[in-house]
Write a protein that binds this ligand. Structure first.
Ligand SMILES: *Cc1c(COP(=O)(O)O)cnc(C)c1O
Length: 359
C-alpha cells in the first residue's frame, strides 16, 4: 500500500489549478499572467530589483535547493510554505475528512494542531504527556483509534521544551505504518543540539518533518517554513497549495540568511541563545518564588511560579511581556519565557528579584 491511501479521496482526484507561472516561467515578453509590465509605484528600493510586479515562483527553486542541502533531503522531498503553520493546515486538509477522521496530539503542546483540526472539522484525540511531561509512547503505539490519520509530535515541545528521542519517533512511525502519518514539528530543533528526524524519512514512508526559519533563523516576519516528507506526499500537497504562497521579498531574505556568512552568524546566535538559556535556568531556580524550571532544549523556558499572575503583571509593568501558559490544566502556575539578548534576559531577572523584595 501507498501512504497516499491515507489521503482524502477527493484530494487525490482533484485536478490542481495550473498557474501561469507554472506553465511558462520565463520569456522576454511575459503576457500570460495579467501582471503590470512596470515596477510598482512607491520608493521601496528593492521593488525593481526583485521584479515585484511579477508573480513569484510557486515553489522557489533556488530556495528549495538550498533548504534540501541544509536539511539533507532531496529537492522533491520539500514543500515550502508560509511558515510551518501553513504546512500543518495543508496536512489537515489533505488527510482528514471532516466529521470522519481525526488527529492525535499530546497536550500540553503547540496550539495550531488543534486549531487547524477544528477548522477542518477533524476530531482531536488527546494522549496527554505524563506527569514529567514525557510522551506516552506506548499509548500512541497501541491505543489510537483507526480514525486518526495524523499524529503531531512536537520536538522540542512548545511549551514544555523537551525532545522526543528518535528511537521513540521510529517506534511510533513503525507502529502506525499504513494507518497514520507521524508529523514531527521541529520548530526549535536548532537549539536542541540533537539530530533531526529527517534522517528517518528514508525508512518511514508515513513520516513528515516540519521545519521553519522563524525561530533560530530570525525570520518570523518572512513566513518561511517547510514540510520534509516523501515525494508523493509533497506532490499531493502541492495540489492544494495556494498558487503563489511565498512572497518574493521573503524568499530573498531567506536566501540571504542561508549564505555561508549568514549561516555562521546564525550558528553563533544559536550558541549564545543556548548559553543564555542555561544561565537563566540556573538563576531562576535560585529565586524563592520559582517552584520549577522545566529542562528545555528550545529557546524558551517554562517556569512555574508561586503566583504566576502576579509575576506576569510585575513583568508587564516593567516593560517585559512573557507568555502565560497557566490556562492549560497541566501547567498551573507556569509562564513561558523566551530567551532574548543577554541584556533583555538580565532585565527580566532584575524585575523578578525586585518584585520579590517588594512582596
Ligand atoms: C512557532 C512555532 C511554529 C510556527 O512556525 P511558523 O513557521 O512561523 O509558522 C510551528 N510549530 C511550533 C511548535 C512553534 O512553536
Amino acid at each position: 500500500m501507498s501512504v497516499l491511501d491515507l489521503a482524502r479521496p477527493e484530494i487525490l482526484a482533484l485536478q490542481a489549478y495550473s498557474s501561469a507561472r507554472r506553465e511558462a516561467a520565463q520569456a522576454a515578453v511575459m503576457l500570460n499572467a495579467n501582471e503590470a509590465p512596470w515596477p510598482p509605484s512607491g520608493n521601496l528600493p528593492e521593488a525593481r530589483a526583485l521584479s515585484l510586479n511579477r508573480y513569484p515562483e510557486p515553489q522557489p527553486q533556488a530556495l528549495i535547493e538550498r533548504l534540501a542541502e541544509l536539511y539533507g533531503v532531496g529537492s522533491s522531498q520539500i514543500l515550502v510554505t508560509r511558515g510551518s503553520d501553513e504546512a500543518i493546515d495543508l496536512l489537515l486538509r489533505a488527510f482528514c475528512r471532516p466529521g470522519v477522521d481525526a488527529i492525535a496530539l499530546s497536550p500540553p503542546t503547540f496550539g495550531m494542531y488543534a486549531v487547524c483540526a477544528a477548522v477542518q472539522g477533524a476530531e482531536r484525540i488527546e494522549v496527554p504527556l505524563d506527569a514529567q511531561f514525557g510522551l506516552d509512547v506506548r499509548a500512541l503505539c497501541e491505543s489510537l483509534p483507526a480514525s486518526v490519520k495524523l499524529l503531531f509530535l512536537c520536538s522540542p515541545n512548545n511549551p514544555t521544551g523537551a525532545c522526543v528521542p528518535l528511537v521513540d519517533i521510529e517506534r511510533i512511525a513503525y507502529a502506525l505504518r499504513g494507518r497514520a502519518l507521524v508529523i514531527v514539528d521541529e520548530a526549535y530543533i536548532e537549539f536542541a543540539d540533537l539530530p533531526s528526524a529527517s534522517g528517518l524519512l528514508a525508512h518511514h514512508a508515513n513520516l513528515g518533518v516540519l521545519r521553519t526559519l522563524s525561530k533560530a533563523w530570525a525570520l518570523a516576519g518572512a513566513r518561511i517554513g517547510c514540510l520534509l516528507a516523501g515525494a508523493e506526499i509533497i506532490a499531493l500537497l502541492r495540489k492544494i497549495l495556494a498558487p503563489y504562497p511565498v512572497s518574493t521579498p521573503s524568499v530573498a531574505a531567506a536566501l540571504a540568511a542561508l549564505t555561508a556568512a549568514g549561516m555562521s552568524l546564525t550558528r553563533q546566535r544559536i550558541a549564545l541563545t543556548i548559553a543564555e538559556r542555561e544561565r537563566m535556568a540556573i538563576a531562576l531556580k535560585r529565586l524563592p518564588a520559582v517552584l520549577d524550571v522545566l529542562p528545555s532544549r528550545a529557546n524558551f523556558l517554562c517556569v512555574q511560579f508561586e503566583d504566576a499572575s502576579r509575576v506576569y503583571r510585575t513583568l508587564l509593568n516593567g516593560g517585559v511581556v512573557v507568555r502565560d501558559v497557566s490556562r492549560h490544566p497541566a501547567l498551573g502556575g507556569f509562564l513561558r519565557l523566551s530567551i532574548g539578548t543577554r541584556e533583555e534576559n538580565s532585565r527580566l531577572l532584575e524585575l523578578l528579584i525586585r518584585g520579590e523584595a517588594a512582596a
